[in-house]
Design a protein. Structure first.
Length: 310
């Protein structure tokens, strides 16, 4: 069984999270201005090189809105594990899109989000938008910290990303032709990261979203057998789903040097708490979310799922 190549499963798998693994060249971030003399203050995008972050940054830049990228490779650099880097990246910004790496379910995540949010508010930055996860206790704690910071907050809750299959967690498994996962018959209404980015940008630049929680999903729930079938049809080759016990999967993670806690993210699937699709994309954008079949066809056309021929 292939180990995952990227730890975060939600939006997190939320956020959920924000380190890309070999996306197509066309999705690389565009150059974005750090400031605009006489214009609006830049929006700080934490995780601005990741799945949702780079798309949010690109969309803001396309509207000629200034952006600052918050990442360890940014200028100035930002690191969740180094609070001494936070103040410099906040200086002069007008709003912040917050994503947390590796996942809001991890120990210390909620406290870090709270400390960062309070610092932003103390520096006069009030509009904060958090990418959260549907139904995850750690994410709920982070949301509470955000609400109590004094910010003009908005929460965008998302489930598992379509793009985990081509930009991260499941890519190697798709290339190998087997999704060996501890999901049993659980279903998930996977969500398109492009839909998330569209919602986040609308929330950042429009009034009427302060103090609101927007839950996002795709239009239908799929189990992993159905996912494998959709991917097989799109790619023209067989991709199987093989169920494995959760504890066995945990052991594989440890064997490959990854935290065993990543396996616990599958519990969000196994207990069915997020099985039903929600209509947040339509509520914010006035349109339906993209379907998994369309995503699979369009992604297959890029060639990202063509196995390397040696």
């Amino acid at each position: 069984m292939e180990p995952p190549v990227e730890p975060s499963l939600t939006g997190r798998m939320t956020h959920r999270t924000e380190r890309p693994a070999g996306p197509p060249a066309s999705s690389a971030p565009h150059p974005v201005p750090a400031s605009s003399p006489g214009g609006p203050a830049p929006t700080l995008v934490i995780g601005g090189t990741g799945k949702t972050g780079r798309r949010v940054a690109n969309r803001l830049a396309a509207r000629d809105l200034p952006v600052r990228i918050g990442s360890r490779s940014g200028e100035p650099p930002f690191d969740w594990g180094k609070p001494e880097t936070w103040e410099a990246v906040l200086e002069g910004t007008g709003a912040v899109y917050i994503t947390y790496y590796p996942d809001l379910g991890f120990t210390g995540a909620a406290e870090a989000v709270g400390a960062f949010s309070r610092l932003a508010v103390a520096r006069g930055i009030r509009r904060l938008v958090l990418l959260s996860g549907r139904g995850e206790e750690g994410a709920l704690r982070a949301e509470r910290e955000l609400r109590e910071s004094g910010a003009e907050w908005t929460v965008v809750r998302a489930g598992w990303f379509f793009q985990n299959f081509d930009e991260g967690f499941f890519l190697e498994s798709v290339l190998a032709g087997e999704l060996a996962l501890p999901t049993a018959d659980a279903v998930e209404p996977f969500v398109d990261v492009d839909d998330i980015a569209d919602v986040v940008v609308e929330v950042l630049i429009s009034d009427g979203h302060v103090g609101r929680i927007h839950e996002l999903s795709g239009p239908r729930a799929l189990d992993f057998r159905e996912v494998a079938a959709e991917l097989s049809e799109a790619t023209g080759r067989e991709i199987r789903y093989t169920p494995v016990p959760l504890e066995s999967y945990r052991a594989v993670l440890v064997e490959h040097g990854l935290p065993a806690e990543f396996a616990d993210l599958f519990r969000l699937l196994l207990d069915g708490r997020n099985a039903q699709p929600v209509d947040g994309v339509r509520e914010v954008l006035g349109r339906a979310p993209r379907d998994f079949s369309r995503y699979a066809r369009e992604t297959a056309a890029t060639g990202v799922w063509n196995p390397t021929v040696s």
